[in-house]
Design a binder for this molecule. Structure first.
Ligand SMILES: Nc1ncnc2c1ncn2[C@@H]1O[C@H](COP(=O)(O)O)[C@@H](OP(=O)(O)O)[C@H]1O
Ligand SMILES: [Mg+2]
Ligand SMILES: [Mg+2]
Ligand SMILES: [Mg+2]
Length: 408
């Protein structure tokens, strides 16, 4: 038995499924094993006769990770719902870039981070998340920190979870700051927007807890908890709806499709993007906030494309979720000059849409690249639609951008 085989056989027990063990494989540069981690060679690795390798392949199904992500996002959604119901002015703060942040953004980030670490104890943990604890460590942040800590403890206690002991303010600060990873193209990184659409959250409208996992720079799973999104369709299809229940949990795993279940845990249904190919029958989503995306430009694009319906304006990645189940067929996002997109604003949403059969690209038709750290460098904007409409949408976007440039 060669050294490599002996080593593999000796470690064939449970440890083989462990991510840190997989990292050890990498460090040892065992070529055949490393190939099991490359997305391009995953299928060929299935024919491998060494059972440890097969075990590794099955660990690539991300089942454990998806279950942990759903649990974390659902728990965070509970905390957010509680806060949104009783939002106090003192719960809303301004960050250095003047954007709002609330006790729920921090509480959600702490809960997701703690839950993932508890649920996946044997995995190396890296989290790229929107918030940090800087302001909470100031003297002026102490009351807010105590309030966040109470919220996190309450949510855990109401869940009846015995795996957490009562958390101190220090535990909460540490949990928030475990989201400081820079991400990148190597290894696994969780990507979290603890409340996407904070402005919508404060207004009492749509928001989402958006959690994704990157593996070697690619999004391999995503969960979107949208506590205020109706379970029935929204937008121009809403006349077909019979229920007024709200609270959606969308989730997707690479190669496995996109599913929707009620946040309270009902059975899941597979969802697909709309198959519409006539733009006259399509409707489009965009940001509620004109400061986040140019409403003028999207209206020019929609007109060129032949879209008749007015835009459906909602906050957050709930737009990706709604699109994944066919509520509308297009999502247009054109931030104003100088704004740089962040990965946590699109990672979960993009896999939820692509696994439901849609396409997510920048305005030039390039796929989004999540492997470059926390920023997403896109050409001009982000467009999302189905396979049928993408070619004509790209043409309409190009023409509209050219016209805009020549009018300046
Ligand atoms: N000037 C700007 N242009 C584009 N996006 C912006 C922006 N300022 C903030 N954002 C991002 O827009 C996100 C909300 O998107 P939407 O408009 O689809 O609801 C915000 O997420 P947060 O609410 O998590 O901060 C924030 O990251
Ligand atoms: Mg924010
Ligand atoms: Mg966001
Ligand atoms: Mg946010």
């Amino acid at each position: 038995m060669g050294t490599q085989t002996r080593w593999l056989v000796a470690t064939r027990a449970a440890a083989i499924t462990d991510w840190s063990c997989c990292q050890t494989f990498r460090k040892k540069s065992i070529t055949t094993t490393v190939s099991c981690f490359s997305s391009t060679t995953r299928s060929s690795s299935l024919s491998c006769t060494w059972s440890p390798l097969t075990t590794i392949v099955s660990s690539m199904s991300y089942d454990k990770e998806l279950a942990a992500a759903k649990k974390a996002a659902t728990l965070a959604a509970r905390l957010c719902q509680k806060v949104q119901k009783a939002l106090l002015q003192s719960d809303v703060h301004s960050k250095s870039d003047k954007s709002p942040v609330t006790v729920a953004d921090y509480g959600s980030q702490a809960l997701v981070s703690l839950t993932l670490e508890r649920e996946l104890p044997s995995q190396q943990f890296s989290l790229v998340a929107e918030e940090d604890s800087g302001d909470l460590r100031e003297e002026s942040g102490q009351d807010t920190l105590r309030r966040i800590t109470a919220l996190v403890n309450d949510t855990i206690a109401n869940e009846g979870s015995h795996s957490f002991s009562i958390l101190t303010t220090d535990d909460v600060l540490k949990a928030i700051d475990s989201g400081k990873s820079e991400g990148g193209s190597i290894g696994r990184h969780w990507v979290l927007d603890p409340i996407d659409g904070t402005k919508g959250f404060v207004r009492g409208d749509q928001y989402a807890i958006a959690l994704a996992l990157l593996d070697e720079g690619k999004v391999v799973l995503g969960v979107l908890a949208c506590p205020n999104l109706p379970l029935a369709t929204i937008g121009h299809n809403e006349q077909h709806s019979s229920s007024n229940e709200v609270g959606c949990l969308f989730f997707a795993k690479v190669g496995d499709g996109t599913y929707l279940q009620a946040l309270d845990g009902s059975t899941q249904t597979k969802v697909n993007v709309s198959a519409v190919d006539n733009p006259e029958e399509a409707s489009f989503f965009e940001s509620y906030e004109a400061a986040h995306s140019s409403h003028d430009l999207s209206s020019t694009i929609a007109e060129k494309l032949g879209v008749k319906a007015p835009p459906v304006r909602i906050d957050s990645q709930a737009k990706y979720g709604a699109l994944s189940r066919g509520d509308g067929a297009i999502y247009l996002r054109f931030p104003h000059k100088g704004y740089r997109e962040k990965i946590w604003d699109h990672a979960a949403g993009s896999i939820v849409v692509t696994e439901a059969g849609g396409i997510v690209s920048d305005a030039a038709g390039n796929p989004l690249d999540f492997s470059k750290g926390k920023f997403l460098d896109v050409d001009t904007g982000i467009i999302v639609t189905n396979q049928n409409l993408m070619p004509s949408l790209l043409r309409a976007v190009k023409e509209s951008l050219n016209e805009k440039a020549s009018s300046l």
